[in-house]
Each structure stands twice: as C-alpha cells, then as structure tokens.
Design a protein around this ligand. Sequence first.
Ligand code: FO1
Length: 333
Amino acid sequence: MAVISHQVSVISGKVVVLAGGVGGAKLAHGLAQILPPDQLTIIVNTGDDFEHLGLTICPDIDTVLYNLAEVNHPEQGWGRADESFHVLEEAKRLGHDAWFLLGDKDIALHLLRREMLDAGLSLTEVTLELARRLGVIHPVLPMSDQPVRTVILTPEGPMPFQEYFVHRRTKPVMLGTRLEGLAQARATEAVRRALDEADAVVFAPSNPFVSIGPILALPGVRERIAAKPTLAVSPIIGGQALKGPAAKMMAEQGLEVSAVGVARHYAGLVDGFVLDAADAGLAEAVEALGMRAFVTDTIMRDKAGRKRVAREVLGFLCAFIEEDEEGGVFSVQ
Ligand code: FO1
C-alpha cells in the first residue's frame, strides 16, 4: 500500500500565533515541532496575570513555557508534571487560604521571576530568560510589559480574573469584561515587530474573550493583524469548549454557542477559520461570514496530535495564501 506523506515543509515564511492558556499552549507546541525559532513567535495573553503571595503569576505565559519545554502537567495542562506541594501545605498550616494551587517547582520559577522583575528586567526580558533556562528555543512574548488585568463583570460586582476563574470556578455569570491598565499599556516592541514581520497570524483555540481579546485590545495590534493573512482555530467544538468557560461566556453574552458564533466574533479580522470535524456541517455558515473554512480533527490528544493539527493549520494557511498571492511564502510537500 502506498504511503501518503502529509509532511508540511515550510520553506520560508514567519508565523505568529496568539495564545492564551492550555489550548493555545498545545497548538504552539505543535507548531514548534515543525517551525524553527526564526519562523514562529508566540504572543501570549497576560490579562490573567495577578499578584499572589508576593509573586507575579503569569498563568498563560507559564502554560506556554511548560508545554514547549514538555514539563507541563499532562492532564491539567497548566502547572508542572511530577509536582509536589510542600510549600503550599506549610503556608496553609500557617493560615494561608490556598485556593490557588502553586506547586514547589512552579514556585521556584516564580521566585526567579520575582527576583528578575525586582532587578528591573521587563516581563519580556524575564520571560525570554526563563524560556532559555527551560530549554525553550522559540520566542515566547508577553503581549505587554505593562500590567493589563482582566476583570470579569458579574452581578456580584467586578471580579479579578483568577478570583472568578479559580476561586469561584467560573460560577458567577459574566456580564462583560474590563481590562484594567489598558490605557497605560502598549504592545511591546518585540510584539509589534513580530507582527510587522509576520507572513501569517494564527489565533490558537483559546478563549476569544479573555485570552485572544486582551491581545487584540492593545493599541496597534488589531490593525497589524488585519493587514496579514490570519486564521483562527475554533475553541468551540459541538457547541462546547474543550476546556474552560468559553461556551458559558458566549451563552451569557447572548451569542450563539457554536464555532459559527466564534467565527462571527472574529469576522472582518480573520481570513480563514478551522472547524472541528464534528462541526463540518457549519462550514458553509462560516464561509457566509466572508472567510474560508477548513474542517479537520482539531483535538490535540498528545504530542503527535499537536503536531498533526499544527501541520493541518499550516497546510490550510498555504492553501489560501497561495491562492491569494502567486507563489506564496509557504509550501506543502
Ligand atoms: N487553574 C485552576 O483551575 N486551579 C488552580 O489552582 C490553578 C493554579 C495555577 C497555578 C499556576 C498556573 O500557571 C496556572 C494555574 N491555573 C490554575 C490555571 C490558570 O489559572 C488558568 O488556566 C488560566 O489563567 C486560564 O488560561
């Protein structure tokens, strides 16, 4: 039987991926298995960041770093594999309300981040240094060096993101969001340069409101992305989020809870939309929004699955870039 090669070889062309938590980290890891560091930059949401126990916690940055370094917790996706919780247990014994689970290895990284931030390094410099120490070779860039903090507006009042997400387990109704610090924040120079130099931008299957939304909200980001071939991977499959509260948030905002609802949210900004095979029937409705639709199995079950989805995404990118521009910068073998 003939062996069909699905190898994608990207001969040139730079890809920027926008990522939030676990879904973003998985796709970034898949892309990092295919593209060399000078062809892949990962821009990460920092709206989930917060100060806790004197530490600056950057959950999405750390989830991306741990996944790229292949030291992430295999089931939960965030945090470290083979983790212990001695520090937290002792803090608890001393009266700390340990609602946010920080393991010992994770705390070690946070202590180094604290030290570097206190020494005056920017979050970008700290992240690149932590990446280097973890053996991550691809550039992982926080969206901003200034703090931008997502606040969830609920009937009980405004709630800091991690209070809503972890402490309250996303139970309160989300009426909307507010990005504190946005007026004083800007996309970093590294982020702006990566977007300017990108041949294509990919929105990972991350939460459109609290993961991709804060990145797009930074001045100059949306315009830069609008000028590039851009595609998004749906975080909603069969009307449900694979992980996290995206579906619940959509319902609470009166949006259609489906991949089409997500595509509609991105309409005008993205040129292509990747749907899961379970939603093949929605491809036409997506295309009616003025974007190309591509259907594949988007579930990234393991390391090979992440690479497979990344390869499919790049293949899709090739297809529509080459259609638009003669001899586009990507090619599939
Ligand atoms: N998520 C939880 O649901 N519970 C936790 O206790 C928790 C701790 C935690 C510690 C470090 C870290 O980097 C992430 C952590 N997360 C936890 C995940 C994180 O808060 C969310 O996944 C993201 O903010 C959403 O993208």
